[in-house]
Design a protein around this ligand. Structure first.
Ligand code: FES
Length: 292
């Protein structure tokens, strides 16, 4: 009998599916849903004791409507992730600071949802460490050249610090927000939802695949260093359109490139995405729809 995965139902059951439809899927259906968001539902799978969660979200889902960024607690992980009691609660900077203070590296991360889209939010003690020589266990954001799968250099991640056009992505508050669809086959990489050498609480400079605190995609083990910002290209799955973006570096696995950043502000301690359409930064529409 095919293995069944327990799923969390969509916060808005607007797709007409019966509850049972969302709660149990066999592997074939899970993979189909996870690779294509056309159904527009949110699903969450638990792989038994591993506790990996993957979710699928339609861009028009109203969960996390507006600009707020909400915690998304993987089904079955309510007692293990540090934000387990905060499912669909608003993310705050102070919560990440408090959690980061408990780690060896001063880093913390969490799964989230913004307007129906999956994100990972990662706190890095950049301000504290940026003026010291890079050393093991002292993470900071690093800006590097991005190269596509052919090896061609696309551009420099530091453009977000230097160019007015990209000032909304400038590093601030020791936090970045990452649009979390894997450029391999569009699964949803997570933050420390599995335990292995890539996700351990340690850090090495240089954007290497070694060193921990990677975003890890359990589907086929792609890894991303959330402390390395690069400029790169990606391709829309449906139209084939190639676009430039700024995002975190892919360090290993089958994903061809990394995942894009999301511009945000901190208002009264609460994390909110900047309305980039209203700001006229229309390029970013491509960044968050490449799996659609
Ligand atoms: S979908 Fe992420 S590694 Fe395959």
């Amino acid at each position: 009998m095919a293995r069944q995965f327990r799923l969390r139902p969509s916060p808005t059951e607007g797709d007409g599916a019966e509850p049972g439809e969302n709660y149990n899927l066999d592997r074939r259906r899970f993979m189909r849903y996870s690779f294509n968001s056309a159904a527009g539902v949110i699903t969450m799978a638990s792989f038994g004791s591993i506790g990996f969660a993957s979710l699928l979200m339609g861009a028009t889902d109203s969960a996390g409507a507006g600009n707020s960024i909400l915690y998304w607690v993987p089904k079955g992980q309510e007692d293990t992730v540090w934000f387990g009691a905060d499912h669909l609660g608003a993310m705050t900077k102070s919560a990440f600071e408090a959690q980061a203070a408990k780690s060896d590296t001063g880093m913390a991360g969490a799964q989230g949802v913004w307007g129906g889209l999956p994100v990972n939010v990662v706190y890095v003690p950049h301000e504290e460490n940026k003026d010291s020589p890079p050393t093991e266990g002292k993470p900071r954001f690093q800006f590097m050249d991005g190269a596509d799968q052919t090896g061609a250099v696309i551009g420099f991640g530091g453009e977000i610090e230097e160019m007015a056009q990209w000032s909304s992505l400038k590093i601030h508050d020791n936090i970045i927000i990452i649009f979390s669809r894997c450029p391999h086959l569009c699964c949803i990489p997570g933050w420390q939802l599995v335990a292995n050498d890539f996700t351990a609480d340690n850090w090495l400079p240089g954007g290497l695949d070694s060193g921990g605190n990677k975003l890890f995609c359990i589907c086929h083990s792609s890894r991303y260093d959330p402390t390395v910002i690069e400029k790169n290209t990606n391709r829309n799955r449906r139209s084939g359109t190639v676009f430039d973006y700024f995002g975190v570096k892919r360090t290993g696995g089958p994903a061809p490139v990394g995942m894009p950043l999301v511009p945000f502000t901190v208002k009264n301690d609460v994390l909110e995405v900047i309305d980039f359409e209203a700001e006229g930064i229309v390029e970013m529409m491509d960044w968050y729809t490449f799996c659609n």
